[in-house]
Design a protein around this ligand. Sequence first.
Ligand SMILES: Cc1ncc(COP(=O)(O)O)c(C=O)c1O
Length: 364
Amino acid sequence: MKNFVRKNILNFQPYIPGKPIDDVRREFNLKRVIKIASNENPLGPSPKAVHAIKRMINKIHIYPDGYCFELRKKIAEVYNVAENQIIFGNGTDEIIELIGKTFLNPEDEIIISEHAFIRYKMAGDLMGCKVIEVPMKNLKHDLDAMATAVTTKTKIVFICNPNNPTGTYNTKKEFENYFSKLLAARRSPLTFIDEAYSEYADEKDYPLGLDYLKKGLNVMFSRTFSKIYGLAGLRIGYGIASAEIISYLERIRPPFNVSSVAQAGAVAALDDRQHIKKSKELVSHEKKYLYEELEKIGLEYIPSVANFILINVKQNGQIIFEKLLRKGIIVRAMGEYGLKNYIRVTVGTPSENRKFIKEVTKVI
Ligand SMILES: Cc1ncc(COP(=O)(O)O)c(C=O)c1O
């Protein structure tokens, strides 16, 4: 079949997701398994979202609204953008892929950062274009170097802010310098800013993609319902850009890519500000606990503005991952991100975090 398959796909590595709880339970014959591997909300979904989902279940014999009417209206209001500036996806994962399929030819280039969320590189590889990886500076995107790397061939610059898996962010000043540099060089690639964890980032100098879009820059940003909104299993995210960019993406979006259940859950989740507040407070409180305990056991970590922490285990992270797995704790090894000696741990519930600290202290 080798000659049958597209050349790009032959060298393609599939995405490695966090291990599912049931797999680990079966494999190691364990009763209790905790998953702190995929940056989900440990409090679960908003009860209001669950209620809306249950009501929608009775209508799943009907195709979903491909336009996502109600949700679209809400999102347009939240950001004060036109309805035709929004695209919904089966997770932001799908949006990233749609961007690749819509804009990238084999002769084009995209720019990504070292140690950035891996799906941007995958979108470039899928389309067979050149993927330029710019080294990080202190485990942060080096936006200045990324702007310098832009050439006439650059179609898209992908920036993950805050970045998964480092938990670091780029400041308003860094973004302003980045855009000034592009302007001076008369380059305007599409700058895609992935804001999957932005709800957790409260820092004063944390910038919003929306502000740059409103300034008329060639910017698209994405948000997801998989993280703080606790709806990862429903698969729903969205992107916002100029109406023109969105109109091209819409040409290839599968017509019913977001389920009716996901739309109902998302509308209700957006309204439950109390649940968001509670989720944020939990992460901020528990992050402090984890930092203190990691310091006590002498493990170096990268301060994070998101709901996960990158930890330097000073040995092969895959080994620590496997040892923790046997104890019923699923974390993520970071080899695929070029961070061999690190693990990434999602901030869990107080009891999950205490179990993690107890076991990591033993296995380290
Ligand atoms: C930075 C970042 N972007 C996008 C995604 C994908 O999110 P979704 O569940 O919306 O596809 C993730 C998931 O881990 C992520 O970390």
